[in-house]
Write a protein that binds this ligand. Structure first.
Ligand SMILES: NC(=O)c1ccc[n+]([C@@H]2O[C@H](COP(=O)([O-])OP(=O)(O)OC[C@H]3O[C@@H](n4cnc5c(N)ncnc54)[C@H](O)[C@@H]3O)[C@@H](O)[C@H]2O)c1
Length: 274
C-alpha cells in the first residue's frame, strides 16, 4: 500500500511504547487512528497528543475479550470509517523457567500475545475482504519469534506462532490486495518489563521475599538496558510506515538476531536426511 493517507488504522496496545510510535508515524502520514488498550490513562495521553494531527478515537479493550473486540470494531468504524490498517501489537513479556510455569500463566501470556492477534485478524479481516479496497495487517512479534534463546518459552511460543501466521497470511491475502507484515523488534526503549510485571497473574507465581527482591532487581536491570540501548519508539514507527508503504513482510529494527537466525537455519538444514 503506497498511500495510507485517509485510511483508518486500528492499533492495539496503542497507548504506550511501540503502538504509540506507530500511531505517531501513521498520524503524520494522514491516517485516522483508533487506539485500543487496557491502559485508560495512556489512551487519554495519546489522544491529547495526536488529536491535533488527525482524527483519534480511543477504546478501552482487553484484546482477549472477543465480544468486546467486535463491539469496539463496530464503534471504531462508525466513528472513523472502515478499518483497513490493522496493528495487532498489544503484548506482555514474562520470562520463567518452563518447570515453574502454570496453566494460568500460559493462558494469560498466550491469550494476549497470540490470542489477541488471532482476535484482531478474526474481527477485521472478514470486514476488509468483504469490502475490497485492500488494506494492510501488521502483527507485532519479536526477534524472539525467529530463533529461541533463554528462559522465554511462554513468550517464544506465542511469537513464533505470530511470525508463522503472518507468513501464511502474507501469501494468502496478496491477491486480495491486503498486505501483511510482521514486526520483529530487537530491544526497544519501552516500559514493557514493568507494565507486564504489574499485569502478571499473581496466583500462578509462588516466590519467597528474597526471590521477589532478586526478580525485581533483574527487571530494573533489563528495563534500564532497553531504555539505554533500545531503538526509540518513533524510529520503530517510521520503519513500520515504510514497510507498509512498500508491502514488506519482515520488519527488523536492528541486526541483533542475525547470528541466532543463521544458526537455527543451519541446524534445520543439517538435520535433513542426505
Ligand atoms: N520493547 C521491546 O523491546 C520489544 C521487543 C520485541 C517485541 N516487542 C513487542 O512489541 C509489542 C509492544 O510492546 P512494547 O514494548 O511497546 O510494550 P508496552 O508495554 O510499552 O506497550 C504494550 C501496550 O499493550 C497494552 N496491553 C497489554 N495487555 C493488553 C491487553 N490484554 N489488551 C489490550 N492492550 C494490552 C499495554 O497497556 C501497553 O499499552 C509487544 O507485542 C511486545 O511483545 C517489544
Amino acid at each position: 500500500m503506497t498511500d495510507v493517507h485517509g485510511r483508518t488504522a486500528f492499533i492495539t496496545g496503542g497507548g504506550n511504547g511501540i503502538g504509540l510510535g506507530m500511531a505517531r508515524s501513521f498520524a503524520r502520514a494522514g491516517a485516522r487512528l483508533a487506539l485500543a488498550d487496557i491502559d485508560a490513562a495512556a489512551l487519554e495521553r495519546a489522544k491529547a497528543e495526536l488529536q491535533g494531527i488527525t482524527a483519534v478515537e480511543t477504546f478501552e479493550l482487553d484484546v482477549r475479550d472477543r465480544a468486546a473486540y467486535a463491539a469496539v470494531a463496530d464503534a471504531a468504524e462508525q466513528a472513523l470509517g472502515p478499518v483497513s490498517l490493522l496493528f495487532n501489537n498489544a503484548g506482555v513479556i514474562y520470562a520463567e523457567t518452563a518447570a515453574k510455569l502454570s496453566y494460568e500463566l500460559w493462558d494469560w501470556a498466550l491469550g494476549i500475545n497470540l490470542g489477541g492477534v488471532i482476535n484482531g485478524v478474526q474481527t477485521f479481516l472478514p470486514r476488509m475482504a468483504r469490502r475490497g479496497g485492500g488494506g494492510h495487517i501488521v502483527n507485532t512479534a519479536s526477534g524472539a519469534g525467529l530463533a529461541a534463546m533463554g528462559n522465554g518459552v511462554l513468550y517464544i511460543t506465542a511469537k513464533f506462532a505470530v511470525v508463522g501466521m503472518a507468513e501464511s497470511l502474507h501469501a494468502e491475502l496478496a491477491p486480495a490486495g491486503i498486505g501483511v507484515s510482521v514486526l520483529c523488534p530487537g530491544p526497544v526503549a519501552t516500559d514493557i518489563i514493568h507494565r507486564s510485571a504489574d499485569a502478571t497473574p499473581r496466583s500462578g507465581v509462588h516466590l519467597t521475599a528474597e526471590q521477589e527482591r532478586r526478580r525485581s532487581e533483574r527487571r530494573e536491570l533489563i528495563s534500564r538496558v532497553l531504555h539505554e540501548r533500545g531503538a526509540g519508539i518513533d524510529a520503530v514507527g517510521a520503519m513500520v510506515l515504510q514497510a507498509v508503504q512498500n508491502n514488506r513482510l519482515y520488519i527488523h529494527t536492528d541486526r541483533i538476531m542475525e547470528e541466532p537466525i543463521k544458526a537455527r537455519t543451519q541446524a534445520l538444514l543439517d538435520a535433513m536426511p542426505l
